[in-house]
Design a protein around this ligand. Structure first.
Ligand SMILES: Nc1nc2c(c(=O)[nH]1)N[C@H]1C(S)=C(S)[C@@H](COP(=O)(O)O)O[C@H]1N2
Ligand SMILES: [Mo]
Length: 252
């Protein structure tokens, strides 16, 4: 069976189950195909599962909308906030020369990357929107390296299913599946509107996941970890967001 007809068959089964009987049956089917988000256990569990499974089977290659230069938002942006911890201040005082992105977990070549190293990789740009779950949004041009490029450099092991990413702000972390991580619009960004990425917007290094809500675009990234199972990390839910009532999968 071709990949497309296999996907159609699975999503057909999941949708039929959702329509005919209960969301819980649909969720069981999704589970069979490994399409269950890590936060499926709560009140919205079956709904979360359906939306994630649908996105991965049908809209897997869809892209976030890209805008023109003229649509870039004027300052100020609503959520500009720098982290205030001492680790960050020390690095900032040194113009981020000592900033490193650590990549570890299920990779062939774990390592640490400086900003100049990341900037030496092929530079990509996109004009996309940061859409906050609270309703506001802004459009900016983002410059960085595709996460897929970096993943190819470190050599992702076949059993890896998620990329988790951690911020210098201890309470901020999140994760995406390998599909999202390899999507051409998923960037590690170090630039914005033709300048260095301002600290207020996540500088020196920020994850950009434009197909999902703003909270997945974690600022001040210092570590990426490849894992086969999100249960192994911290709260087991793949993100700091579910504790606040927000979904792990936040596709727009
Ligand atoms: N480290 C960190 N990342 C973060 C946040 C944060 O407070 N700390 N806020 C998130 C939320 S809820 C949104 S909507 C966007 C806001 O992006 P902005 O700060 O560029 O406006 O960043 C996300 N990434
Ligand atoms: Mo947000």
């Amino acid at each position: 069976m071709s990949e497309i007809s296999r996907r159609k068959l699975i999503i057909g089964g999941i949708a039929a189950a959702a329509g005919a009987s209960s969301l819980a049956v649909a969720a069981r089917l999704a589970k069979k195909y490994g399409l269950v988000p890590p936060d499926h256990g709560g009140l919205y569990g079956p709904g979360e599962t359906l939306s994630y499974a649908f996105q991965r089977l049908v809209a897997r290659h869809s892209s976030a909308r890209e805008f023109s230069r003229g649509q870039i938002s004027p300052r100020p942006f609503p959520n500009e906030l720098a982290p205030f911890n001492n680790d960050f201040k020390r690095l900032q005082a040194g113009a981020f020369a000592d900033w490193r992105l650590t990549i570890d977990g299920l990779v062939a070549r774990p390592g640490q990357y400086s900003l100049p190293q990341l900037k030496s990789f092929p530079v990509k740009s996109q004009i996309t929107e940061v859409a906050c779950e609270e309703g506001w949004s802004y459009i900016a041009e983002w410059h960085g390296v595709r996460l897929s490029h970096v993943l190819d450099l470190v050599g992702v092991q076949p059993q890896a299913r998620y990329v988790a990413y951690f911020s210098i702000e201890p309470d901020w972390w999140d994760s995406i599946d390998i599909d999202e991580a390899r999507h051409p619009q998923t960037f590690l960004t170090y630039g914005m509107n033709d300048n260095d990425l301002p600290v207020g917007n996540g500088g020196p290094l920020r994850m950009r996941v434009p197909r999902q809500l703003g909270y997945k675009s974690v600022k001040f990234i210092t570590r990426l970890t490849l894992v086969d199972d999100l249960k192994k990390l911290r709260n087991g839910l793949g993100s700091a967001a579910p504790a606040g009532g927000y979904a792990w999968y936040a596709g727009i």
